[in-house]
Design a protein around this ligand. Structure first.
Ligand code: ADP
Ligand code: MG
Length: 987
């Protein structure tokens, strides 16, 4: 399937590129490399320096081998498949194309020919395509155990002459003349192919033989070079390997498969220029490059699909006809040098190779021959040769002298060449004929085109004549219209003058209006100044207010601290008072208990004395025993009753003292509570004062904010007013200039309205501000009076509390004195009882009485002492109470001063505020320079309308009445007669 497809469409010539490494000389000269090979992307980049700029030209090929690629790599990647196809029965050709010295021969033949094969039949590393191909062929065929034959030919083409490089030695030894005559002719083989007659076919039986053959060929080439003074760079060499392989069909018939491999080492490509590849004149340069030139032309013809392909123009193309667009598979190896000095040739080679990529071949397998046919052919050949040999030996046949033979031979050769040349000439002439015929057809076509054009032109001319007549009529009309228009323009010009005059009048009005505007601006300036002054006043007031509030705050704080101090001192005094009180009570208790103990002991002593007296009287008064016993009994009773009475009395005394003590503690407790209450109240007062101060500071902050805001608002409104005014005046001025009519009045009125409205707004905002500030001041006043009132209430309360406390302590003091008196009366009654007792006892014994008297005196002393002590104590208490009262008085005095200070501060703030807002805050005062509202004398619309020119139609009618179109003579309008161009460019 694919095979057939391939056959129909054709296979492109495979093009490889090989770049050799820098040689020693290049390395020595440090020549820069301009060729870069990318083997993976199969690209070659050539850097060019054009006008100082670096350009990269990139070419893509089927395979790219860089400087580092070895012979083996190239062979394995590129040639192995080709040789395999040859073994399949295809004909294949490999060309080496490139500048001299880029490695064509190196690639095809290789180096180290003398090294021959290694011990294992390996090839040396430098071996080229030819030895490796032969090696592969032998390896494959040996591996297949096939019957085969391998024949090689090796020829050189120089100056359109073919030399056999494998011919026996003696031929190359003949003289130059002889040698020249040994050139081999090309012959058609009758099957479309070309044969080289008499070419030595060497049968090769092993791979190693190939080196001998190559060496022989090279040696011959060298000899020929020296003989003919030619250079290998100008000659092409063609090495052909032909393989015949025997195959057996399943039917047992034997077939011969035939494959051919052509390996062509072309002459150096520098021998043709790029233009020369297409230029016929290059042929005159001689025959040397003919084959290479023709090869280029054949490639061009194939690529451009021209009808005629000049195969016949050179021997090389004739020999390789099948490889170029034929049934052979073809591969071109283009070789380049990386050095910069070869750049031009490198680019030419790359272009050439790139172009050759487009050649399409249609490869076909060679038909397999039946062995019998081949043998028959060979027999025929043998017969022919035999008869030739026979004729030669027997001299049987035509015999002619040697000179004549050579002459005839050369004549024949010349004729053959002439025939060839004539063939070529015929072809070119046929081509020329074809070209001429093409030209004739083109000319005929052109002629018919021209006659068509002529007809068209005539038609156009007629139309143009008609148009001209029409145009003349039109021209007359136009002249008439022109006159008409001129008349109209004249009329309109008059109207224009009148209008201009009116505009001047309006302009003077406008100037007045502008003056008024300027004075209005001055007024606004004055107002601005006033506003800034007011702002300064407000700011100053604010600062002062803040300062005064600060001092007020300090004052209150001072007063609070003083009150705290005072309360502390009062508390201290109360504490000391209670302490003293407690101590006195304790002492009193102690003394009472001591008095009681003394009393009991005295009573016991009295009892003892009484008992003693009883005993003594018992003895003396036995006689009156009944009386005495009753007496004693009654005394005893009396004493016991007295004792009980005294005990109850002391109990009473003790009880009253205890109640006194309890009352004293309660009193102290109450005092403490009251003081606590008064402290709390004072704290409340100070808190309240703090609150007021906070409120005041808040108020002041608010006032400040408001002042700032009001200021901002005023500034903004002023600026916006200014902007609006500017915009308005600008636009209005423009409109005024444009219209020049009644807008002046409107403008002035509108501006006045605008100014009035804005001023009203300012005034309103100022009034609002004032109201706001007044409100704040009055609220501050309210707060201050409130605070004053509270302070007074607090002071009264404190005074009342202090009075209450004093009253209470006085009452307590009275009570204490009462209690003491009670105690004293109790003691006196006790004393009386004792006196009675003494009197009653005096009868019983004076001794006892004196004892009793002394005893009672003691008690009285102690009582007096006690009394004195209580007195002292009460004095102390009174002192303390007085101290408390004094301190409270001092406190109330300080409160009064504080109140005075506070009220004076508040009044000063009030005074300040009043002063600020009544004296310093200024209202706007009219300066008298503001322009007065005045009625402008504005021309009415009617009068302005009157200035207009008469309407166009009326003018036209008027003109037509005076000048009829029929009588109108279109004069030749001389430039001098034309008053002015009808359409004058404006500005
Ligand atoms: P050409 O046949 O194209 O004129 P040659 O094959 O004679 O060029 O090569 C010129 C020189 O460059 C030789 O000495 C050869 O050894 C060397 N040369 C060419 N190509 C290579 C290569 N790929 N690697 C190494 N040396 C090379
Ligand atoms: Mg060479």
């Amino acid at each position: 399937m694919s095979g057939r497809h391939e056959k129909e469409k054709g296979v492109n010539v495979q093009v490889l590129l090989r770049c050799r490494p820098s040689n020693e000389e290049e390395l020595r000269n440090n020549a820069p490399q301009v060729v870069k090979c990318n083997e993976y992307q199969r690209e070659v980049a050539v850097s060019q320096n054009i006008a100082g700029k670096q350009f990269d030209r990139v070419f893509t090929f089927d395979k790219v081998f860089g400087p580092s690629a070895q012979q083996k790599d190239l062979y394995e990647q590129a040639v192995v498949p080709i040789v395999n196809e040859v073994l399949e029965g295809f004909n294949c050709t490999i060309f080496a194309y490139g500048q001299t010295g880029t490695g064509k021969t190196y690639t095809m033949e290789g180096e180290c020919k003398r090294a021959k094969t290694g011990p294992n039949g390996e090839l040396p590393a430098g071996a080229g395509v030819i030895p490796r191909a032969v090696q592969q062929i032998f390896d494959t065929l040996e591996g297949q155990n096939a019957e085969y034959s391998v024949k090689v030919t090796f020829l050189e083409l120089y100056n359109e002459e073919i030399t056999d490089l494998l011919a026996p030695e003696e031929i190359s030894k003949v003289i130059l003349e002889e040698k020249l005559k040994k050139q081999l002719p090309l012959m058609e083989d009758g099957k479309g192919g070309v044969l080289v007659r008499g070419l030595e076919e060497e049968i090769v039986t092993s791979a190693s033989e190939i080196f001998t053959l190559l060496e022989r060929g090279s040696a011959k080439r060298r000899t020929a070079e020296t003989l003919l003074n030619k250079q290998s760079s100008r000659s092409h060499s063609l090495f052909t390997i032909t393989i015949h392989i025997k195959e057996a069909t399943p039917e047992g018939e034997e077939l011969i498969k035939c494959g051919k491999l052509n390996l062509v080492d072309l002459a150096g490509s520098e021998n043709i220029s790029r233009s020369g590849a297409r230029d016929c004149r290059a042929r005159e340069a001689g025959e040397i490059n003919k084959s290479l030139l023709t090869l280029g032309r054949v490639i061009t013809a194939l690529v451009e699909h021209l009808g005629h392909i000049p195969y016949r123009d050179s021997k090389l193309t004739r020999l390789l006809r099948d490889s170029l667009g034929g049934r052979t598979k073809t591969c071109i190896i283009a070789t380049v040098s990386p050095a910069v000095h070869c750049l031009e040739e490198t680019l030419s080679t790359l272009d050439y190779a790139h172009r050759a990529k487009n050649i399409k071949n249609k490869p076909e397998v060679n038909q397999k021959m039946m062995k019998s046919t081949l043998i028959k052919d060979l027999y025929g050949e043998i017969e022919r040769l035999k008869s030739e040999v026979y004729a030669a030996r027997e001299k049987n046949g035509v015999y002619i002298p040697k000179e004549r033979y050579y002459q005839e031979e050369s004549e024949r050769k010349a004729m053959a060449e002439q025939i060839e040349k004539m063939g070529v000439l015929l072809e070119t002439q046929q081509k020329q004929l074809q070209e001429l015929q093409d030209k004739y057809v083109a000319q005929v076509q052109q002629c018919s085109d021209l006659s068509g054009k002529l007809e068209m032109t005539e038609k156009n001319l007629n139309e143009t004549v008609k148009l001209l007549a029409n145009s003349e009529d039109e021209l007359k009309k136009c002249h008439y219209v022109l006159k008409e228009k001129e008349f109209i323009i004249c009329e309109q010009k008059k109207a224009e003058n009148a209008l201009a005059h009116e505009a001047c009048v309006l302009r003077s009005d406008l100037e007045k209006a502008l003056k008024d505007n300027a004075s209005l601006f001055q007024k606004i300036g004055r107002e601005d100044k006033l506003n800034t002054d007011n702002r300064v006043v407000v700011n100053n007031f604010q600062a002062e207010l803040a300062q005064q509030i600060g001092t007020l705050y300090n004052l209150v704080a001072l007063s609070v601290s003083q009150q705290n101090e005072h309360l502390q001192s009062v508390e201290k005094l109360c504490c000391s008072f209670t302490d003293i009180h407690d101590k006195a009570i304790l002492e009193m208790k102690k003394k009472v208990t001591a008095a009681r103990a003394l009393h009991v002991s005295h009573m016991e002593a009295v009892q003892n004395i009484v008992r003693l007296h009883k005993a003594s009287s018992n003895a003396a008064l036995d006689k009156i025993s009944s009386l005495a016993s009753s007496n004693a009994h009654s005394i005893e009773e009396f004493f016991s009753s007295e004792a009980s009475k005294a005990a109850s009395m002391f109990d009473d005394l003790q009880h009253s003292l205890a109640t006194h003590q309890g009352e004293m503690t309660v009193f102290a407790e109450e005092l403490r509570q009251r003081f606590h209450v008064s402290i709390d109240q004072t704290k409340d007062i100070s808190d309240y004062a703090n609150e007021i101060l906070d409120k005041l500071s808040e108020e002041s902050v608010r006032v400040q904010n408001h002042a700032v805001q009001a200021d901002e608002v005023q500034m903004k409104s002023i600026s916006s007013f200014q902007n609006a005014y500017e915009e308005q005046s600008m636009s209005d001025a423009e409109k005024l200039i444009a219209d020049m009519t009644n807008l002046v009045y409107n403008h002035v009125r509108r501006q006045r309205e605008l100014v009035d409205a804005r001023l009203l707004v300012f005034k309103e905002s100022a009034a609002v501000n004032k109201i706001f500030l007044d409100g704040h001041v009055s609220s501050m006043e309210g707060i201050t009076t409130d605070a004053k009132r509270k302070w007074q209430a607090f002071a009264i309360q404190a005074e009342k509390d202090a009075k209450d406390t004093a009253d209470y302590s006085v009452a307590k003091h009275c009570r204490t004195e009462e209690l003491l008196q009670h105690c004293m009366s109790a003691a006196e009654s006790a004393f009386k009882h004792y006196e009675i007792t003494q009197e009653s006892v005096n009868e019983m014994g004076s001794k006892h009485v004196s004892d009793m008297v002394s005893l009672i005196r003691n008690a009285t002393d102690s009582n007096e002492q006690h009394d004195a002590e209580i007195y002292r104590m009460s004095e102390q208490e009174q002192g303390i109470t007085r101290g408390i009262v004094d301190s409270i008085k001092a406190h109330s005095k300080s409160l009064e001063t504080f109140q005075d200070d506070h009220s004076s501060q508040a009044s000063s703030i009030k005074q300040r505020a009043e002063e600020t807002f009544q004296q310093r805050y200024m209202d706007y005062e009219p300066s008298g320079t503001t322009p007065i509202r005045s009625e402008q004398d504005v021309p009415s619309k009617g009068t302005i309308e009157l200035l207009r020119a008469i309407p166009m139609e009326a003018l036209v009618e008027e003109f037509r009445e005076n000048n009829s179109f029929e009588s109108f003579e279109p004069k030749e309008l001389k430039p001098s007669l034309i008053p002015r161009p009808p359409l004058r460019p404006i500005n």
